[in-house]
Write a protein that binds this ligand. Structure first.
Ligand code: NAP
Length: 338
């Protein structure tokens, strides 16, 4: 019979699994799942680092064609993207509703770009109400690129409410303009130019979406705007699958706040880039994923938002909207948000 000390040692040996016997199936499954999660998270992080900091932008003129069309090129992100495209060696068609602003931005582009850069402007109010006017506007855009090697289309123009508002408060001309500019005009212009790109077997269509329809579960007090951007997102991703085989890369770029006149937050800050900073990131993304968040700090914000419960984000968005709306009304009067 073994001594008491030896019995304790024997019992310890028996309990010292996994050395002496194979682990139970549940344990092996847990380890496998844990390993999978660790490897997947590490790979996602490394891919993000590569996309955000290391991956070079494409030579857009060489890859897609020498002309680019930018809508809403007279201000904010569109103006900054136009300047970057010109610096990258593309000729430009600037689309905007104000002839004065178009002339000013055309001058700025010519001053910033290489001497060979050519710039054309097309006056087109993308919120026009009649079908005939819309067709004529699109025809002017088509005429501006007819016979030219059109490589890049940036559907950037965007409209939103003057301030946060409940849907029943928003006047019809306001929400109709949001749908016309963000949805209808982008669809019409894409419909006109994409076949030209498909015919030559190369091109890039960049549609500017918004974090309001992707990053947060809801965007209260900007319902029509957020819904119009959800259209842009799904439209782009579906076209991306349809036209890959024709050599056309369609992409939805997702900005969060950028310091422009559209943004309710004024002034650049660590998470709110200037339009110029944002535009540099936007150009580096063109042609890659069907949906991308070009500015790396925005993608950090998206990640943080994904960790929060929907109910918390919804409450925070609604309260922020109400606060901003009250501030605006106090400043400009009751009608400010209609
Ligand atoms: N800034 C942000 O925080 C933010 C966030 C997410 C998404 N976005 C999206 O980014 C895009 C660019 O916005 P942004 O911030 O640069 O705003 P922005 O500074 O207000 O510029 C908007 C551009 O669209 C043009 N536009 C508006 N309505 C038009 C119309 N009816 N016809 C022709 N052009 C029209 C404007 O022309 P005018 O110069 O004549 O006004 C301007 O050139 C939009 O699609 C917006 O939804 C912006």
């Amino acid at each position: 019979m073994p001594a008491e000390d030896e019995m304790v040692l024997l019992a310890a040996d028996e309990a010292s699994w996994p050395i002496s016997s194979p682990p139970p199936a549940w344990f092996a499954a847990l380890v496998a799942i844990g390993l999978y999660i660790v490897v997947r998270s590490a790979a996602t992080f490394l891919l993000w680092l590569h996309r955000a900091f290391l991956r070079p932008g494409r030579d857009l003129a060489g890859w897609y064609g020498t002309w680019a069309v930018v809508t809403g090129a007279t201000d904010g992100i569109g103006r900054a993207v136009a300047l970057e495209l010109a610096r990258a060696g593309l000729h430009l068609v600037l689309v905007g509703r104000s002839p004065d602003k178009l002339a000013r931005v055309a001058k700025e582009v010519l001053a910033a770009a290489p001497p060979s850069c050519k710039v054309r402007t097309v006056e087109f109010d993308l919120a026009v109400t009649g079908d005939d006017d819309a067709r004529r506007g699109v025809a002017r855009v088509v005429a501006a690129v007819e016979g030219r090697d059109v490589g890049v289309l940036v559907n950037n123009a965007g409209a939103t409410y003057p301030c946060a508002a409940y849907f029943h408060e928003v006047e019809r001309p306001v929400w109709e303009a949001v749908l016309r500019v963000n949805v209808e005009a982008a669809t019409r212009i894409t419909r006109a130019l994409l076949p030209m790109m498909a015919a030559k077997g190369r091109g890039a269509v960049v549609n500017v979406g918004s974090g309001s329809s992707v990053v947060v579960p809801a965007f209260p007090l900007y319902a029509v705007y957020a819904a119009s951007k959800a259209y842009v997102d799904q439209f782009s991703r579906s076209l991306s699958v349809e036209y890959k085989q024709y050599g056309v890369d369609v992409q939805c770029q997702i900005p969060l706040y950028v310091a422009t006149k559209m943004s309710p937050v004024k002034g650049a800050s660590p998470f709110i880039p200037s339009p110029e900073e944002y535009a540099r990131a936007a150009l580096r993304c063109i042609g890659y994923e069907a949906r991308c968040v070009p500015y790396w700090r925005h993608s950090v914000q998206w990640f943080l938002a994904s960790l929060m419960p929907d109910a918390v984000l919804n409450h925070w968005r609604l309260q922020t909207g109400i606060r901003k709306r009250n501030e605006m009304k106090a400043l400009l009067g009751e009608k400010a948000c209609g």
